[in-house]
Design a protein around this ligand. Structure first.
Ligand SMILES: [Zn+2]
Ligand SMILES: [Zn+2]
Length: 361
């Protein structure tokens, strides 16, 4: 076993919009824990929000889409060896409580605890050189096959959140599903829905993303330029009418935090169709919805947040077999010291930016 350094670099959140590169002790692990040297960590919108608005108390080390190499294994841990390449999962449910029995893992108290840390209050820790995997997070550790990269491993968590949302829908083969927003998450939706046999209608403001959406399996694409959003005879409604023979969408997934987009999509659903909110994570907003569209038209309003632990194997198979090839989604890599720049770019995407990764590989 090679000697470990005593200290490491970590990007510490010290308050709203305040990230600092600091030197921290390398975490010490207990007998039922792992120490992992981080190789790649995806930049995730939920972390960006916490950093921008300072919604949680500092100090913390964020970063939860993490993959790396095991460097220390606690004496009581079975099934893992130093040197193995792994993807980590920071939230693992107890599988035993009232919420877990109802398959509402994201509401489980154990699940809400973060099981990976680089120090301070556990917050993922992926923006550091080493992370400690706490005992209750061990069942979420997935080995990365030799042919796959650390970056592919780091994408398991976001892909899981997307597959979970897809599984909440009652889709049949051939159904027409709108995916509004073709950022990394929207593109994952497009591909997974296509694999489930749906015909995906993808929208975005950027043509570069629509082009990629085609590659990810979108059957139809439409540039949703803002001007046309509010009008009822938008190009989108014309397209929906045409491809569904005036019936309306079977489902719509809103992967952008826009109320206008959500409301337009809801109006384009067929009776009994489903609206899935996936990006409305900021609390305190309100929009007006005609309740009769839910009661009389039987349009379901659904949300999905975070991952489903029981889907992890299936997610690993999809990503590692490259049936869902996540590699084209990763457009930018930043070194650890430049994490703040990585987050700035992720929060203001450009024409050619999709998933951004902090890389130490
Ligand atoms: Zn994430
Ligand atoms: Zn539970």
């Amino acid at each position: 076993m090679s000697a470990l350094p005593k200290t490491m670099r970590a990007v510490v959140y010290r308050g709203a919009k305040d990230l600092r590169v600091e030197t921290l002790p390398v975490p010490r692990i207990g007998a039922s824990e792992l120490l992992v040297k981080v190789a790649a960590c995806g930049v995730c919108p939920t972390d960006i929000k916490k950093i921008e608005y300072g919604t949680v108390p500092p100090p913390r080390v964020f970063g939860h889409e993490t993959a790396g190499t095991i460097v220390r294994v606690g004496a009581r841990v079975r099934g893992f060896r130093a040197g193995e390449r792994v993807a980590l999962h920071h939230h693992v449910p107890c599988l035993d409580c009232h919420f877990c029995r109802h398959h509402a893992f994201a509401q489980c108290a154990t699940y809400k605890r973060t099981g990976i840390t680089a120090g301070f209050e556990p917050a993922g820790g992926g923006y550091a050189e080493y992370v400690r995997v706490l005992p209750f997070a061990l069942p979420g550790v997935v080995k990365i096959p030799a042919k796959n990269s650390f970056e592919e491993g780091a994408m398991l968590e976001p892909v899981n959140t997307v597959l979970k949302a897809v599984r909440r829908l009652a889709l049949q083969r051939g159904d027409v599903v709108l995916v509004a927003g073709q950022g990394p998450i929207g593109l994952m939706f497009t591909r997974l829905l296509q694999l489930e046999g749906a015909q995906v209608l993808a929208t975005d403001l950027l043509n570069s993303r629509l082009k990629l959406a085609r590659k990810f399996g979108a059957r139809f694409t439409q540039n949703a330029s803002r001007a046309k959003l509010s009008t009822h005879n938008s190009q989108l409604s014309t397209l929906v009418s045409r491809v569904t023979k005036h019936r309306g969408l079977d489902a719509a997934i809103i992967a952008v935090p826009s109320d206008a987009v959500a409301l337009e999509a809801q109006s384009l659903l067929r009776g009994g169709g489903q609206l899935m909110l996936f990006a409305h994570t900021k609390r305190g907003d309100a929009f007006t919805l005609d309740p009769a569209s839910v009661c009389v038209d039987e349009k379901d309003l659904l949300g999905s947040y975070s991952a489903d632990f029981t889907l992890q194997r299936e997610v690993a198979r999809l990503v590692f077999s490259r049936k869902l090839d996540v590699r084209p989604l990763i457009t930018h890599r930043f070194p650890l010291e430049k994490t703040a720049d990585a987050i700035a770019l992720a929060s203001r995407p450009t024409e050619d930016s999709l998933k951004i990764v902090v890389s130490q590989d």
